[in-house]
Design a protein around this ligand. Structure first.
Ligand SMILES: *[C@@H]1O[C@H](CO)[C@@H](O)[C@H](O)[C@H]1NC(C)=O
Ligand SMILES: *[C@@H]1O[C@H](CO)[C@@H](O)[C@H](O)[C@H]1NC(C)=O
Ligand SMILES: *[C@@H]1O[C@H](CO)[C@@H](O)[C@H](O)[C@H]1NC(C)=O
Length: 426
């Protein structure tokens, strides 16, 4: 017992130093294998495992009760000392912390949907409980609302961390355990740390098992092959934000990185709206699960976009109203026109969004989107990745093992160990 208490105290002391890695220059990477955090953000990235677990509970014969338990109580992501980080907490977070942080991604959604719980939580609960807008709906409809809404919850939470990093930087908190830690957390929520079942986590087809916003963006990259490869573009942008928060702090560059991520989130939402408006219409026989998917993915950045033109965003919202029982034939064309009107305001272009690979030939989704007068660019970021994810060498019983501080070698974070020890003390 005495020994356990000593271990526990040691871990608590580690926690007080923020998210320092152990060894300090051997931080575990995320699913992409490129961005190198300067803190151990394993537990933060683990929230995407809860998204995956809920998805599994909702497969085949859905177990809504167990899915709800994961949503409300958590499973994989520990905050230390036995406290779990939950998707529900993320969904209900005041992302300005009483007005301290600036987060126009969140405040836009708040003013559009009127309360934090009305953005995601109320819908997730309605579909888990078979009430409200989900009452009497099919399992596939309920499952799509829940699964895809959770991607939106995590996307929004990444913006919370970016906003926290910006504020900390502006307030002189530029040590690695301060602003950079918040930025790393944002990257961790966005990318996740599940080992990809195929590929390297960056190139080729989306592996399909990451369940993170990054993978959602990746799937849309595949759907819009001539547009910007957003999931790949995000990594140097995230890296650029990090290096501008460390050492030579540059406030403008950090804000540019935050804006770059907002643009990427907007492109993914817009691509989804165009694609799923058509798939929901389904040639005249509405496909409810695609209405749910389009609703959720559009909503993943609709609040942010409403800062630029709320009327246009509300018009798209109406076209994805979950209460619809049929979709008008002109809905996909209307969505395309409405979202395209937003591009100049968002600082994105038709070329970045690209054309949906399955746009019906000769139809409006196949028509040219015109960039005349719009020369917006997306931040290139930086490929000069931080060198804090070095291989560690451990000597065990005469043999020497070298392990990469990559995703496969990710160790449980201090928080998880502390939680385990705390449990064994009871
Ligand atoms: C997490 O989920 C697994 C699989 O459903 C379950 O066995 C385990 O008890 C859960 N753990 C926690 C901490 O909720
Ligand atoms: C938000 O509140 C305003 C004012 O009460 C109302 O007009 C609007 O319909 C509400 N929006 C939503 C999405 O409920
Ligand atoms: C906002 O969008 C609406 C609907 O598309 C449009 O009528 C209006 O002109 C737009 N306003 C601005 C300022 O672009």
């Amino acid at each position: 017992m005495g020994a356990i208490r000593l271990v526990l105290l040691g871990l608590v002391a580690t926690g007080a130093e923020g998210g320092a890695c152990n060894p300090v220059d051997s931080c575990p990477k995320l699913s992409d294998g490129l961005y190198c955090p300067v803190n151990d953000v394993t537990e933060h990235a683990d929230i995407n495992r809860d998204v995956a677990l809920i998805k599994r509970y909702l497969e085949d014969t859905p177990d809504y009760a167990m899915a709800k338990e994961v949503y409300t109580m958590g499973n994989f992501s520990s905050k230390g000392l036995g406290n779990m980080r939950t998707l529900q907490d993320l969904a209900l977070k005041d992302m300005t912390v009483g007005g301290k942080y600036t987060n126009v991604f969140y405040t836009g959604a708040l003013s559009l949907y009127n309360s934090t719980s009305a953005i995601w939580h109320d819908y997730i609960m309605a579909c888990l409980d078979n009430t409200g807008v989900c009452q009497g709906q099919s399992d596939s409809f309920r499952r799509y609302v829940i699964n895809k809404a959770l991607i939106g919850v995590v996307t929004a939470y990444a913006t919370y961390e970016f906003g926290a990093a910006v504020w900390k930087g502006e307030n002189g908190q530029t040590a690695d355990g301060e602003a950079a830690y918040a930025w790393d957390e944002g990257a961790a929520f966005y990318i996740g740390n599940i080992d990809p079942v195929l590929g390297d986590g960056f190139s080729g087809a989306a592996p399909g098992n990451l369940y993170s916003p990054y993978e959602f963006n990746w799937k849309r990259d595949f759907d819009y092959p001539d547009g910007t490869n957003t999931h790949q573009a995000s990594i140097p942008i995230l890296n650029y934000g990090l290096i501008n928060l460390r050492g030579s702090y540059n406030a403008a560059n950090v804000k540019a990185a935050e804006l770059g991520m907002y643009k990427i989130f907007s492109i993914a939402a817009i691509r989804s709206a165009i694609k799923y408006a058509d798939k929901a219409y389904n040639g005249g026989t509405m496909e409810p699960k695609y209405l749910a998917e389009g609703w959720a993915y559009w909503r993943s950045a609709s609040g942010y976009m409403s800062n630029f033109n709320a009327t246009a965003v509300e018009a798209v919202d109406a076209l994805f109203d979950l209460k619809q029982t049929s979709i008008p034939a002109d809905a996909p064309c209307k969505v395309k026109t409405l979202v395209e009107s937003l591009y100049p305001h968002l600082g994105i272009t038709c070329a970045m969004v690209g054309k949906w690979k399955d746009a019906p030939t000769g139809g409006c989704l196949d028509s040219v989107c015109d960039d005349t007068g719009n020369s917006a660019t997306l931040l290139g970021g930086s490929d000069a990745y931080v060198d804090m994810c070095k291989a560690t060498t451990t000597t065990t019983g005469g043999s020497t093992e070298t392990s990469l501080a990559g995703r496969a070698a990710a160790l449980p974070a201090a928080g998880a160990l502390a939680a385990m020890v705390a449990l064994s003390c009871q």
